[in-house]
Each structure stands twice: as C-alpha cells, then as structure tokens.
Design a protein around this ligand. Sequence first.
Ligand SMILES: [Fe+2]
Ligand SMILES: [Fe+2]
Length: 197
Amino acid sequence: MARLAPHDALTVARIVKVNHAGEFGAIRIYSAQILVASRLWPDCVPSLSEMLGHERTHCAAFRAAMPSRHSRPCRVMQFWSLGGWLLGFLTALLGPQGIWACTAAVEAAVHRHLDDQLFFLAERDGELHSIVLAIREEELAHLHHAEEQLRSPGPLLDLLRSMISVATDCLIWLSTWGDSSRMAHALRAAKCTQHIG
Ligand SMILES: [Fe+2]
Ligand SMILES: [Fe+2]
C-alpha cells in the first residue's frame, strides 16, 4: 500500500471502521428479521438468509482490512447491535413489506456511503477500493431485490423508508461515535479539492 498523508490515512482508517460497524449492524438487522420471518413470513427467509451470508462476508473483509490500516472496531458497537436488532425485529413484525422497506432504506444508505468512499479510495488505497467495489455490487443486488418486492409504493411506504434511513444514519453515527461524520466531511473535502484542482 502506498504511503499516505497522515490525514488521508486517518480517513482510510475511519472508512474501514465505519463500514465494519455498518456490516455488523446489517448482520443484526437480518438476523432479527429472519427470527420473526421464520415464524410469520417463511417466504422471505431464503432471500434474507442469502443476504445475511453476504453481510457476514463483508463484515469479515472489513475486519481483516483493519490491522494494516491502524483501524480498530468501534468500542460502542452495542448501539448498532441493539439498534440494528430492534430495527430488524420491528420492521419484520410489520410484514414482508416492512422487511423489504427496511432492506431498501438500509441498502440505499449503504450504497450512498460506498459510492463516496470509492471516489476517495481510487487513488489512495487500491486494495480497499477493490474490496469496497466488490461489496457494493452485492449491496446493489440487495437493494434491487428489496425494491422488486415492494408491491405498493405510496406515501406510507416512503415515510417508513425515510424514517429507517434517518434511524440508520443515527445508529451509524452513534456506533462510530462521530467518526462517520468526520469521514463524510473528509470525503466531501477531497471531492471539492479534486473539482477545484
Ligand atoms: Fe454488506
Ligand atoms: Fe447488504
């Protein structure tokens, strides 16, 4: 890996930390949804189980990328752990449409974050760039699957998706203790510099 300026190295470390926390949250969301769905909506279980498998692989990939980037798991992952589980549990109680609205909202938020990161990583950390690129493909497949299942879009579903989107961002912020906003700030700053330069 090329030597990075200290502030870039710090942002890379934050990217891995925030992503690892996010993947951990996704594992908790899907686990809770599978628990409810296996009793109430068994048709949803195969897709949810496949997605859970992907999230476990993603989480492990970011965990493995940590040591060489001087990054460590968040110390307050309990927020994601409990919050993610509750989010999954409550949306699954609403029925399959609640499950897919949650998946669509979470995956859309994840996709947004990953896109910004790819831009930053392209010239700074090729290895992490490839990891994020491969993971983004799977997250996009999750998003498309969820959107295909949402049969009756309407204001109520839009409201639910917006609420879950806000909840997801709050959970990521809490579980990374503000590192997610510092990361976003650094990514925005890098984008501006690129445009000016
Ligand atoms: Fe993931
Ligand atoms: Fe996902």
